[in-house]
Ligand binder design. Structure first.
Ligand SMILES: NC(=O)c1ccc[n+]([C@@H]2O[C@H](COP(=O)([O-])OP(=O)(O)OC[C@H]3O[C@@H](n4cnc5c(N)ncnc54)[C@H](O)[C@@H]3O)[C@@H](O)[C@H]2O)c1
Length: 338
């Protein structure tokens, strides 16, 4: 498989890390940059020669996720609540708006914060992009499709969301964010792009964030039963984080408005994912079936024809490789000997 793995810009400034696709001293703001996806984006942008301003209030993220970047003079970490007014001095070429609680456990515990960052936080991030004339990319989500009645999900599908269900705070915040982003493009001419991100996994996920893969890996490494919801026949399509970063940066490098789905089209049942985790960790854990959360989607798979055609992007890291790297990271983070 191929991936454009596009760097957002060509460069004249040599990359501090000798990357093959350096930037040219351009400046990116990554909101939610101390989170799982944000920290990988910051790392990649710096490797490509960008200056990076990481804005985060550490609500669900952690400065430890970007600790490896703190000595880089091109990296600036600023504590900032996006819900308040945001000001970044100097030029900004790119705003990647990733701030938001993202796991069902997080947004169930932080419903108002989730709505506020999706609404006011997005307004302020868009305002920053408008002020600076920067390209803006909104991290939207496959959750805008809700429990989908069309499968796989193309961008033209409007979704099947329960606004008053337990996932409504997240799904509707993201749907509102997409509408606001579109309005800033049409009214203010901001060069916006919307990516609809499907389930992504990899190093730096939190072991207790409630998402399936970190939960299964943590349980397998601890020798505890893996808790599979329902019968486990519901499906997910999971994308390794390096591929996701490639897709987001390809979107940033383009002038596409989106929305464009970014995710893996390889669909697996949740039970199969659990079985693969047990096999790969060599764990003696059993699999137990537990109650299914309300409004848990039955199926999930992106149609990525648009990403292939417009961004030249598709995932390339095989599932077993991505899972192996993820397990290795969790072993080290949780100090479980191999
Ligand atoms: N991980 C996925 O599979 C996935 C899938 C679809 C969409 N997304 C989207 O990608 C983005 C990042 O997700 P993630 O998995 O990295 O989650 P995460 O929780 O690890 O990261 C989110 C970051 O946003 C920060 N944040 C939250 N509210 C903030 C505020 N008001 N001001 C400043 N910072 C704030 C958090 O502290 C955290 O560092 C989210 O917008 C999420 O909706 C993620």
């Amino acid at each position: 498989m191929t991936s454009s793995a596009a760097s957002p810009s060509p460069s004249s400034r040599p990359s501090p890390r000798g990357s093959s696709s350096p930037g040219h001293g351009r400046r990116a703001v990554v909101t939610g940059g101390a989170g799982f996806l944000g920290s990988h984006l910051c790392t990649r942008l710096l490797a490509d020669g960008w200056d990076v301003v990481c804005l985060d209030n550490f609500l669900t993220g952690d400065a430890a996720n970007v600790a490896h970047l703190l000595d880089d003079p091109a990296f600036h970490l600023r504590r900032c609540d996006l819900v308040d007014f945001v000001h970044v001095p100097g030029d900004v070429d790119l705003v990647l708006h990733f701030a938001s609680p993202a796991s069902p456990v997080d947004y169930a515990q932080l419903p108002i914060e989730t709505l506020k960052v999706g609404a006011d936080g997005t307004l302020h991030a868009l305002g920053l992009a408008r002020e600076k004339g920067a390209r803006f990319v909104l991290a939207s989500t496959s959750e805008v499709y809700g429990d989908p009645q069309v499968h796989p999900q193309p961008e033209t599908y409007w979704g099947h969301v329960n606004p008053v269900g337990p996932r409504g705070v997240y799904d509707e915040a993201k749907r509102y964010g997409e509408a606001l982003t579109t309005a800033y493009r049409t009214v203010h001419g901001v060069r916006t792009g919307i990516v609809r991100i499907f389930n992504t996994y990899g190093p730096r996920m939190r072991p207790f964030d409630g998402r399936a893969i970190p939960t299964f890996v943590r349980q397998a490494l601890a020798g505890e039963p893996l808790t599979v919801a329902g019968g486990g026949s519901q499906t997910r399509s999971v994308c390794y984080v390096d591929d996701l970063v490639d897709g987001v940066l390809a979107m940033a490098a383009s002038e596409e408005p989106g929305p464009i789905n970014v995710g893996s089209p390889e669909e697996r049942t949740v039970l199969r994912i659990a079985q693969d985790v047990v096999a790969l960790t060599g764990s003696s854990s059993q699999i137990t079936l537990v109650g299914r959360p309300v409004d848990d989607p039955e199926v999930r798979r992106p149609d990525i024809s648009l990403a292939r055609a417009r961004l030249g992007w598709e995932p390339r890291v095989p599932w077993t490789d991505g899972l192996e790297r993820t397990v290795a990271w969790f072993r080290s983070a949780l100090q479980v000997p191999a």
